[in-house]
Design a protein around this ligand. Structure first.
Ligand SMILES: Cc1cc2nc3c(=O)[nH]c(=O)nc-3n(C[C@H](O)[C@H](O)[C@H](O)COP(=O)(O)O)c2cc1C
Ligand code: SF4
Ligand code: SF4
Ligand code: SF4
Ligand code: FES
Length: 627
């Protein structure tokens, strides 16, 4: 079906919306990567089969109206609460079932679909209160979130263009093409205060105005979906859960700067995101929403997908351009900035997936509403991949300015297994490790920079008392050292030396002089590197040195790891007060390091101990500790 005019789009949108409202109930089974890995497609297939057997199912065809008693079963994108997946959500009630298995489907159909009942055991149980939570909106994980980018992720079928259109899809593009000029679009985005969500936080409207001012005729829009930060999956979820919002954003950006072509750069490790983006492109083209003379306005736009090979550095804009051009993905000095000389030498804007997915909201609802979320200098909302030792891990979206405490404790539910909070690592390999004193810090671009961290693309790892901060700095240094492209010496050699120093310290061979060297080298790598990778690589080291210096000192002075995490510094010790002399530990020790008479306290010879932990695991009396 071709949508040739604004009126066609409006009519289709209203028709599809009316069709959705006709459903008695719509069941959304999460088909995001996490839930698929946990068997959600089997749940989906079983649900479709059983609902059909009951004569209740209508195939989802939102162009045709459906009857009032019908039940729709739909695959959706990620709901964010992947830890509890596979998730199944019921509309309009908002009932949310967690960890659903194929075996649960019969009961779900009989109890919930047919009789509107609730199955208690499939509800989320708040680990802090033991309370069973019925709906998604009441769930503490979702309650404090404000979903703008993720608004329809988990609510629509990402592979059905009509579902997107039913939710005002492509209406922002229509508004832009019908009512606005490139100048007024840039003005609106500038006024919204939107800053790039890819890490740097550069004002989007300002970036566009540079590209718009360049002479044409050829310009490009690139969507950066490389997402190389370990543990991050914000952009993947948007591409998987609402791919048309990314296409619509790219077209709005294209109209604003005068571009007629775009590229989506997504890593090949994201096969589902790529599949859904490809389908969205094909569907948008088939409906005339992408291609020539869009909505009869004379605006043309085509979009290609470029699969990246998964190098972190290829997320850097100049390396990404080189990669699209078929060159090795290595950054080049700027200026010239891509807005002036980008892809194939033409003016190009590069925006992150999340930045682009925000555009339809701003155009549809106005800059003022977007700006009403967030802080004076960081408008809107931001998605974060909440990971580590919190109770609730997953993808969250919060207004900027929310404090770390609110994210970690109110949304994340605090730490797991009664652990004490120690630190949060924010901003991925370019970010920093913050302390308990920073918990009331607002999540805002500028506030985080002041304390040596950064919002980055949105990685947020929560760490408990048993995490060693030197080891954490070493982990991130290992990552960037591995990912350094090797073009410039400060990064190529500096990250290697920083990693060697951190390894030396975690092995108990470091000195206080090494700490001085570590800090000096980190500052030099920061100052002398060519691109953002090297410039920010030392951040985890510098913030841990700043906030957890005592821990470094314990490693170098006392040869102890206070968190008991560094293998080489572990000292296994038998508490003579607790030891019953059962001899079990001596029998499992592979190094014959344990001696003692039966029914007498045993002793570990630290010279012989291999620190394997076998004795501690076997002792039923908890007599063995690490000190
Ligand atoms: C090493 C490195 C990796 C990066 N990776 C990404 C990435 O995966 N996704 C992204 O959007 N931006 C990434 N960036 C930032 C981009 O260079 C660029 O600033 C961003 O895509 C611009 O989009 P925005 O203004 O919408 O944030 C990276 C930067 C560096 C230095
Ligand atoms: S800073 Fe590192 S990643 Fe960037 S160009 Fe230099 S060597 Fe390559
Ligand atoms: S297993 Fe535990 S209780 Fe038994 S001898 Fe070893 S330390 Fe003592
Ligand atoms: S940690 Fe391993 S090597 Fe050391 S005393 Fe225990 S069992 Fe033996
Ligand atoms: S993949 Fe299902 S909730 Fe994230």
């Amino acid at each position: 079906m071709l949508i040739k005019t604004h009126e066609d789009l409006k009519k289709l949108s209203e028709k599809a919306k009316a069709a959705l409202e006709q459903y008695k109930s719509r069941i959304l089974v999460c088909a995001g990567t996490g839930c698929v890995a946990n068997g959600s497609l089997k749940v989906y297939d079983a649900l479709v089969k059983m609902v059909k057997e009951k004569g209740l199912l209508v195939e989802v065809d939102l162009v045709e109206e459906v009857g009032h008693d019908n039940v729709g079963v739909t695959k959706s994108g990620c709901h964010g609460f992947c830890q509890m997946g596979p998730l199944v959500r019921f509309e309009p009630s908002g009932l949310l079932y967690c960890k659903v298995k194929e075996e649960d489907v019969e009961e779900i159909v009989n109890t919930t679909v047919v009789n509107n009942g609730v199955i208690e055991r499939l509800l989320y149980e708040d680990p802090n209160t033991g309370e069973k939570i019925t709906t998604q909106d009441e769930n503490p994980f979702y309650k404090r979130q404000v979903r703008v980018t993720l608004r329809y992720c988990g609510r629509i079928d990402p592979e059905n263009i009509y579902d997107y259109i039913a939710h005002r899809g492509y209406r922002a593009l229509s508004k832009v093409l019908q009512e606005m000029t490139p100048e007024t679009v840039i003005k609106e985005i500038t006024e919204s205060g939107l800053r790039g969500r890819g890490g740097g936080g550069f004002p989007t409207g300002r970036k566009w105005s540079f590209a718009a001012a360049q002479p044409g005729p050829k310009k490009y829009v690139i969507c950066n979906g490389d997402e190389g930060d370990p543990g991050a999956f914000m952009d993947r979820s948007v591409m998987e859960g609402n791919p048309h919002s990314v296409l619509e954003g790219m077209m709005i950006a294209g109209f604003a700067i005068g571009a007629d072509e775009g590229y989506i750069y997504a890593r090949a490790e994201y096969p589902l995101a790529i599949k859904r983006m490809r389908k969205a492109i094909a569907d948008a083209e088939a409906h005339g929403l992408l291609g020539e003379n869009i909505l009869g306005t004379g605006f043309n736009f085509k979009i290609h997908i470029k699969e990246g090979a998964g190098a972190f550095v290829c997320g850097e804009e100049t390396a990404l351009i080189a990669s699209i051009e078929g060159e090795r993905g290595m950054p080049r000095p700027r200026p010239p900035f891509p807005a002036v000389k980008g892809l194939w030498g033409c003016p190009t804007i590069i925006n992150n997936v999340e930045t682009l997915a925000n555009l339809r909201y701003i155009i549809n609802n106005g800059a003022a509403l977007f700006k009403s979320y967030g802080t004076a200098t960081s408008a809107g909302t931001k998605t974060f991949a909440l990971a580590g030792q919190v109770q609730n891990t997953g993808l969250v979206e919060v207004p900027m300015g929310m404090t770390l405490r609110e994210v970690v404790f109110d949304i994340g539910g605090g730490l797991r297994d009664g652990k004490k909070y120690k630190s949060v690592q924010i901003g991925g390999p370019s970010g920093g490790c913050l302390t308990e004193e920073n918990l009331d810090l607002p999540l805002d671009y500028d506030e985080l920079l002041k304390v040596g961290a950064m919002v980055g693309s949105g990685g947020l790892v929560v760490m408990g008392e048993d995490t060693c901060m030197v080891e954490t700095a070493k982990f991130f240094m290992g990552f960037v050292q591995n990912e350094s492209c090797g073009k410039c010496v400060p990064c190529r050699e500096g990250t290697k030396q920083l990693l060697a120093l951190l390894t030396k310290i975690t092995e108990g061979k470091g000195t206080e002089d090494d700490l001085v060297l570590l800090e000096e080298l980190a500052q030099n790598v920061k100052a002398g590197s060519l691109c953002g990778l090297g410039k920010t690589a030392p951040n985890p080291v510098l913030t841990t040195l700043r906030y957890f210096r005592d821990e470094y000192l314990a490693h170098v002075r006392d040869k102890k790891c206070p968190a008991g995490a560094c293998q080489a510094l572990k000292e296994y010790y038998i508490d003579p007060e607790k030891c019953k002399g059962c001899t079990v530990c001596a029998r499992v020790c592979p190094a014959n390091a344990i001696t003692g008479d039966k029914k007498q306290p045993h002793v570990i010879n630290v010279e012989l101990c291999l620190k394997c932990g076998a004795c501690m695991e076997k002792c039923k009396f908890g007599s063995i500790i690490i000190r």
